[in-house]
Design a protein around this ligand. Structure first.
Ligand code: 3PG
Length: 218
């Protein structure tokens, strides 16, 4: 599958090749965080729905108009509906939940469901998913597992996440079936709690530089 055939938020992720995954409770942090991402050269983010006020941050960032905003940790149809209402343009799930797969397909919402086995991947494809999240990547064989999927599952693109770091990023980006690489390492909780936005910006900039040296998928 060419990146050009993907629905537009996923095509944008294919172009950017990186997906910062952030867990925010305080929506007041969303603005400075967005600025750090943009200054570092990365106009996209996945906000996890793991805190009571996560949807408020989705709303704040989605209303800016200068960032592609997705919502993660989508475990139920209610999560999916609320995230889309808050402005999320794509959804990310840690698992293949049949109700969520069906709802996203029926509503034309791009979803990358969490898959680790070929059976889960086929279930996601059967529900119209174009790209799946390979999670948690480092626990399930990392790049070596993704390489093994390339021949039998040639039409699948992955967003590996979970346990990836700046150090292991190039191994994932080098794989033809990797659409983009996601992770929380861009903005660790400690940096967020202490308002260390320049460190976050620098980490983003370094990852963008690494991605630029590795050719993108065709
Ligand atoms: C997640 O869903 O939390 C992501 O996979 C991020 O994992 P990481 O923090 O290990 O990068």
């Amino acid at each position: 599958m060419s990146a050009n055939n993907l629905s537009s938020p996923l095509a944008e992720l294919a172009r950017l090749r990186l997906l910062p995954i952030l867990t925010l409770n305080d929506p007041a942090l969303a603005g400075p965080l967005a600025q750090a991402l943009l200054n570092g050269g990365l106009p996209c983010v996945e906000l996890t729905l793991r805190t009571p006020r996560a949807l408020e941050s989705v709303k704040v960032l989605a209303s800016r108009g200068d960032l592609l905003v997705g919502a993660g940790t989508i475990r139920t149809v209610e999560n999916a509906r609320a995230a889309v209402e808050a402005g999320a343009k794509f959804l990310v799930s840690p698992a293949c939940v049949p109700d969520v797969l069906a709802w996203c397909r029926d509503n034309g919402v791009p979803l990358t469901p969490g898959c680790v086995t070929p059976s889960e991947i086929e279930l996601a494809i059967a529900h119209g998913c174009e790209v799946v999240k390979f999670f948690p990547a480092s626990n399930f064989g990392g790049p070596s597992t993704l390489k093994a999927y390339a021949a039998p599952l040639p039409n699948v693109r992955f967003i590996p996440t979970g346990g990836i770091s700046q150090k292991t990023l190039p191994e994932y980006l080098a794989l033809k079936n990797v659409l983009a690489v996601g992770g929380g390492w861009f903005a660790p909780a400690d940096d967020l709690q202490n308002n260390r936005f320049s460190e976050i910006e620098q980490r983003v900039r370094t990852a963008v530089e690494i991605a630029a040296t590795i050719s993108s998928i065709s």
